[in-house]
Design a protein around this ligand. Structure first.
Ligand SMILES: Cc1cc2nc3c(=O)[nH]c(=O)nc-3n(C[C@H](O)[C@H](O)[C@H](O)COP(=O)(O)O)c2cc1C
Ligand code: SF4
Length: 521
């Protein structure tokens, strides 16, 4: 009797809507009907409105049903879903769902496809090829390959990954480290989590390659404590990779070694900033360190350290396996490759969209997102997390490219997009940005520690329509100027972006009729 394979995600987004119960219900129903089934717990495909998305392997490919609740399970069996039959929750072949079909999945090519903790599945889907090639290369050649790919850090600052590695490679030390930044604190972002839960071996492989490239034999993945599922999956994958000789001593019979451990963060946004993260990893309070020295020269425990985002590291195996040229052929200008965008907020079809740089926000919001969830017109979108600018419709046709966004006083950051409909009060959003900064400030420098508190007060005065509103707005601009220029790190240095963009593009919400000033953010 052939065994039908059913996929039920165990990604946090799916678990949150009852995926475990759905998996149990499918197994129980199969037993009751005397059917032989194998349920594989995969990652999420990133179409979050369809979770729990159940897939059935058929001779024609995987067929999707969603969103499935436990109450739907008996009906699905009745309709013959194990043969891919029609049902009101049927979406046809998963790969043909337009949301997925229109994407260019490179970093996420395996996420949702494989069993995240199956070494065999990973290997059968192209895993370890990058590492195998890297093992036969000179470290400097690995670094050059990453430089040539054009990969830039996906954590927010977009610094060229290979250039950072080169600094670590060229810094003499007996001990070097690879640190993966999995703090993922930006609002509306979840790509790191999805990757770690859906394809943890790709991150492990990327970190081992980074270790070979710069001469580091110890790595840490700093994961936010709010991601228990990711931590569990990573630890399981690390144990397996150790047992299979992809981690530990003598990797794949070579003379090289690399050890990897997971560390849990303590829940502070500032611990995502690389120097605070290093302080936290060292067991101290997460406070920003002044740079220089760069972490690449004096990082963890004072040693040369690569700090890279999850997505940056997880993209490296593909670059090594397919070659720098393959990766850099995607994208535009100096933004090479693909970016996993994350659609959240008031959006009909929220989820993960990996596309080459160069598409527009309008395409993301409408072609993928389907407009607002409320059905009302969209008014603004915040791109790049809590420190990113609010973009009005007039800016939705700018290409999603690091330089084009910087020229518009905005940033792509980690690729998070949070949408708002026309009921949003942009003065309140500006206040929220300042309040966020006040709450999350590490307190080390005055413009951020004091400035953000004064910023909240000033915005409250503007909201209260107190006498002299124009003066308060001038004061707010001055304050933002000081924070932009005088803050030690990008928390205080970029918190003015959402505030000034709200003021610039939505002056009516601040009680100012026309564009408030010629100053751009
Ligand atoms: C306040 C603040 C929070 C940050 N949070 C994160 C984060 O959660 N994840 C991340 O990868 N980078 C974050 N960064 C950026 C890191 O400092 C650093 O640039 C990044 O980890 C480097 O990796 P990459 O080059 O691969 O992007 C943050 C920066 C700041 C200023
Ligand atoms: S800008 Fe804010 S978070 Fe950054 S160092 Fe200064 S006080 Fe700390």
């Amino acid at each position: 009797m052939s065994v039908t394979v059913i996929y039920v995600p165990r990604d946090t987004a799916a678990l949150a809507v009852g995926a475990d119960a759905v998996a149990r219900a499918i197994e129980a129903e199969a037993v009751a009907r005397g059917l032989a089934l194998k349920v594989i717990r995969n990652g999420s495909r990133g179409m979050l409105w369809l979770e729990t998305l159940v897939e059935v392997a058929t001779p024609h490919g995987r067929v999707a049903y969603g969103p499935v609740n436990t109450g739907d399970v008996a009906g699905l069996f009745e309709a013959g879903f194990i043969h891919g039959a029609a049902h009101p929750l049927f979406h046809g072949l998963t790969e043909d769902i337009p949301y997925l079909k229109k994407q260019e999945r490179l970093t996420f090519s395996r996420v949702g496809v494989i069993d995240p903790v199956s070494l065999t599945d990973y290997a059968e889907h192209g895993g370890w090829q990058g590492l195998k090639r890297a093992l036969g290369m000179h470290p400097a050649r690995i670094v050059d390959e990453v430089i040539e790919s054009g990969l830039r850090g996906r954590g927010g600052a977009a610094f060229p990954t290979g250039v950072k590695w080169k600094t670590v490679l060229n810094t003499e030390s007996r001990q070097k480290y690879i640190v993966c930044n999995a703090d993922e604190g930006d609002s509306g972002t979840f790509a790191d989590r999805m990757l770690m839960e859906g394809d943890p071996f790709s991150l492990i492989e990327g970190m081992v390659i980074a270790g070979l490239a710069v001469g580091a034999n110890q790595g840490y993945i700093y994961v936010r404590s709010e991601y228990p599922q990711a931590i569990h999956v990573l630890n399981t994958a690390i144990t397996q990779a150790m047992a299979a000789g992809y981690l530990g001593e003598y990797i794949q019979g070579s003379g090289l070694s690399f050890h990897l451990e997971v560390r849990e963060g303590a829940g502070a946004y500032i611990c995502g900033e690389e120097t605070s993260l290093l302080e936290s990893l060292e067991g101290k309070r997460g406070m920003v360190r002044a740079k220089p020295p760069l972490p690449a020269i004096e990082g963890l425990f004072g040693q040369p350290t690569v700090v890279n985002n999850v997505l940056s590291l997880a993209t490296v195996p593909l670059i090594l396996a397919r070659g720098a040229e393959f990766y850099r052929n995607y994208g535009m200008g100096r933004s090479r490759g693909t970016q996993p965008f994350q659609l959240a907020g008031n959006i009909k079809y929220g989820g993960l969209v990996e596309k080459a740089f160069g598409l527009t926000l309008r395409e993301l919001l409408y072609d993928f997102g389907g407009g607002s969830a409320t059905g009302r017109p969209l008014r603004a979108a915040q791109v790049g997390g809590p420190l990113g600018a609010y973009l009005p419709e007039a800016q939705w046709d700018i290409a999603l490219d690091y330089e084009a966004y910087a020229a518009a006083s905005a940033m792509l950051g980690h690729g998070g997009v949070v949408a708002f409909d026309d009921t949003v009060d942009m003065l309140r959003m500006a206040r929220y940005a300042m309040e966020f900064c006040a709450i999350e400030s590490c307190g080390k420098c005055t413009p951020c520690r004091i400035g953000s508190v004064r910023g909240v007060e000033t915005l409250d005065k503007i909201a209260a329509a107190q006498m002299g509103r124009e003066n308060h707005i001038t004061l707010l601009r001055d304050l933002c100027d000081t924070m932009l220029g005088g803050s030690l790190c990008a928390l205080g240095g970029m918190a003015p972006y959402p505030v000034l963009s709200a003021l610039e593009h939505f002056p009516e919400d601040f009680g100012v009729a026309a564009p408030a000033a010629t100053q751009t953010v």
